[in-house]
Design a protein around this ligand. Sequence first.
Ligand SMILES: Cc1cc2nc3c(=O)[nH]c(=O)nc-3n(C[C@H](O)[C@H](O)[C@H](O)COP(=O)(O)OP(=O)(O)OC[C@H]3O[C@@H](n4cnc5c(N)ncnc54)[C@H](O)[C@@H]3O)c2cc1C
Length: 428
Amino acid sequence: MPDSPGEFVNWSGSLRFTPGEFLHPTDEEEVVERVRRAAERGETVRPVGSGHSSTPLSATDEVLMSLDRMSGLVSHDREALRGTLLPGTGLAEAGRLLAEVGMGMENLGDVDYQAIAGAIATGTHGTGTTLPNLGANLVGGRLVTGTGEVVPFGEDAGPDHDRDLLRAARVSLGALGVMTSLTLRLLPDHDLHRVNWCTHVDWALEHFHRLAAAHRHFDLYWYPRSDLAQVRTLNMPGDEPGDPALVPPGRHLRRDETASNHEIIPNSRELKFDEMEYMLPLEAGLECFRVIRERIRERHRRTVAWRVLLRTIAPDDGLISTCEGRPTMTIALLQNNTLPHDEYFGDLEPIMRDFGGRPHWGKKHSLKAADLRPLYPGWDTFQQVRRRLDPGGVFLNDHLRDLLVEEGSQEWHHLEERKRKRREEARA
Ligand SMILES: Cc1cc2nc3c(=O)[nH]c(=O)nc-3n(C[C@H](O)[C@H](O)[C@H](O)COP(=O)(O)OP(=O)(O)OC[C@H]3O[C@@H](n4cnc5c(N)ncnc54)[C@H](O)[C@@H]3O)c2cc1C
């Protein structure tokens, strides 16, 4: 089962670590067996998807577990619009498999390279005021807990299922256990019509809320050096808004095409970048962007050539979902991965925090448990579910401990003690 140990590098190259073991289980039994052994030995196990996150969610020098050999569509029900996927299924592959059985996902993010379990674990989202993040469509599945028990959740657990567990599983950071299957609510397979155009950012900002309300998907890229914006819209063919006031004067058309949802939503990204993205209350988003725009023009325009991306997301009920309970506007800062990003992100992060922002779990940010807890009404419930499923902290690496456990708490001391013992054993 173990592959040869070696360095693990994430997509952007900004994270590197060397796991003690890099496993690729082929079925749930293997996952159970290895998690049980880890629990007995006091080891850490971190699941990993396609490595597109740029926070060290999966970093470990102990057991790294990729689910890439557990991929495919397990079952589907076209009438009920449900499909159950194995955790390592890539989003592109999921799109193809679901289209073959006449269904498609409600939305996707900017790319489709991620594994389904990895994308859902961090609250990956696309854009659209009526479209929630991917995890909101998770209605059930199975996971292997920190004691090596297999726990079905949501619809997979039957009608009397534990509602808090499902809400925790919708964005879980791999802290509840290793997901071994995911059941999704789907839509009938559908085409989408994409229109992208360029205009001045002032026009796009003035019409932002109307554009967001009129189009199924709408987002905008602001280019700090030119002050131009690229506006991107997607709609079901025939559902495009006919309002001429929503067409910018002198627009420059960049793309106009129709294709199946899973082919037309994702883009291909060859140039590598690092990113910070905050989810803001929709009503505060534009004012926050106004302050961000001023700051970038004052201090960062010379060093940052990359665009800033604005999107919207519908609310959901995931306990630590970044869109929990509120319509959301997102602001994403991007920087070429070969250029420094610390000063840029570090200067703008406090502005997004001042406007009530919640950081994307898979992108750069500096928050810790004490900062995060007040942002999520369901925080304590999530921690109860997590401690119930993983009482020994098998799935907590240092980064997750910093995110989820308050420094100085009993659990914090327990984890420190476990780490000390493991270090001593390694030295002996
Ligand atoms: C080019 C690019 C474009 C992106 N576009 C978007 C976008 O449009 N919208 C957006 O919201 N985000 C976007 N992201 C962020 C990305 O979607 C998230 O970081 C996502 O979590 C990455 O998925 P992954 O499969 O690479 O998972 P990884 O980064 O490998 O892992 C993410 C988390 O999933 C957990 N995990 C993985 N498998 C399992 C499992 N089987 N059981 C339990 N936990 C598991 C891991 O432990 C970890 O906590 C983008 C990132 C890149 C690099």
